[in-house]
Design a binder for this molecule. Structure first.
Ligand SMILES: *[C@@H]1O[C@H](CO)[C@@H](O)[C@H](O)[C@H]1NC(C)=O
Length: 398
């Protein structure tokens, strides 16, 4: 920009002031850019570039202006890294053209909770990029019954606000692909999760203790839940997501703890499930808890060959321990299933297996049509009450 001091004509001064104002409101113009390559990262897939990424983060986080961390094309080997705030600005963008690769020896990051972890940050955007978690070795270890590390989540956000993840690909995570924990205002769009259908505990996106989270226009193919929704999730919006293979979209498991925050105001709309274990599921432990799930809407959903298209299961209790009488304390209410069509891979396409102490109530089924082998499927209810509207097939048991 021209130096205002060299301008004498009043109109030129006004113009210069206007340009300065424009440069302040336009984020990119004012952003400081830190390229990981200029800080020592090597795009060869073999050189440990962790330190360069941490240096870039330290500079971006200390910047008083918005900052961009640029990752060029190529493969960058990274060990587990923590990107901590609070920062001096609230607009840091990771612009990733290339691929971040985890170490091929799964033991290097296998005991860390997260491979790439953001905590106490405000205003972080991750744009583009492929995260290759190299999880296949750990999955193999787990399937061979040896003692194995539990594995790292590929990308974790904790206690953070105003997060955007856009156009990211997460490949073969050791454990969960993306975890949102204790966050407020998170937007994820155009995210792709890719892992084998038989890979263990590789949930696509897990949300818990968080509010105002949006997941849009994403495709999730994995070995566990496409999206799992844990205690303390409120105002979650999921729209235009393709799930499969995987275990479906699951609220739960809830009620593991006696004192537990509830799940409230969740919308899942325009979603396809293809060859998944479940479609839309609410799942709770069969044990005492203060937890709940309410104001849930499942809308405009297509099921193709799904084993349990619509399911509420309140009798979860692995190893049958600590579930006195299998009575769940979790209160499930105001759950609406609207415009849900397609095929079930099993005879029972709708299953409401609720708590005997706190029956599910105000369940609503509207315009549901699910078939099994070209015939009407079945519905099964236990301690579930509610209403139907429009065509509902299988015939409701509410
Ligand atoms: C429910 O959540 C959505 C965002 O997912 C929000 O727009 C809406 O205001 C929330 N409704 C209530 C009653 O809080």
């Amino acid at each position: 920009m021209a130096n205002p001091k060299s301008l004498s004509h009043p109109a030129a001064v006004v113009l210069a002031l206007m340009m300065m104002a424009a440069s302040i409101t336009s984020v990119d113009a004012a952003a400081a850019t830190f390229s990981v390559s200029s800080l020592g990262a090597k795009a060869d897939g073999r050189t440990d570039s962790t330190q360069a990424f941490l240096s870039a983060w330290a500079k971006a986080c200390a910047s008083l202006n918005p900052a961009v961390i640029y990752v060029p094309a190529g493969r960058f080997l990274l060990r587990n890294a923590v990107f901590s705030g609070p920062c001096k600005n609230n607009a840091i963008t990771f612009r990733i053209a290339g691929t971040l690769v985890a170490p091929s020896d799964y033991r290097v990051i296998g005991n860390a909770d997260n491979w790439l972890f953001f905590q106490h940050v405000n205003g972080v955007t991750i744009s583009g990029g492929v995260l290759d978690g190299k999880g296949t070795g750990l999955w193999g270890c787990k399937s061979s019954d040896q003692s194995c590390p539990s594995g790292a989540t590929t990308l974790g956000f904790s206690n953070s606000n105003n997060i955007v993840v856009s156009g990211l690909v997460s490949l073969n995570s050791q454990m969960f692909h993306i975890v949102i924990n204790g966050c407020h205002n998170v937007k994820m769009q155009g995210v792709k999760v890719i892992a084998a259908g038989n890979s263990p505990n590789t949930d696509g996106i897990h949300v818990q203790l968080s509010s105002d989270v949006t997941i849009l226009n994403s495709k999730i193919s994995t070995g566990d839940d496409c999206v799992s929704i844990g205690p303390g999730t409120t105002n979650l919006w999921i729209e235009n997501v393709a799930c499969g293979p995987g275990h479906g979209i699951s609220i739960g498991s809830l009620g593991k703890d006696q004192q537990e925050a509830g799940v409230q105001n969740v919308t899942v709309k325009t979603v396809t499930f293809t060859g998944t274990q479940n479609g839309v599921r609410i799942k709770s432990w069969g044990r005492p808890s203060t937890g709940f799930a309410r104001n849930i809407l499942f809308q405009h959903i297509v099921m193709t060959n799904v084993q349990n298209p619509i399911v509420i299961d309140q009798h979860y209790c692995p190893n049958n321990k600590g579930c006195p009488g299998q009575v769940s304390g979790v209160k499930v209410s105001d759950v609406t299933y609207q415009d849900i069509h397609g095929t079930s891979a099993t005879e029972v396409a709708v299953k409401f297996d609720c708590s005997s102490k706190y029956p599910c109530n105000r369940i609503r089924l509207q315009d549901v049509k699910l078939t099994y082998k070209n015939q009407a499927a079945e519905a099964s209810c236990s301690h579930a009450g509610g209403t139907t509207a429009g065509t509902v097939q299988p015939t409701s048991c509410l």
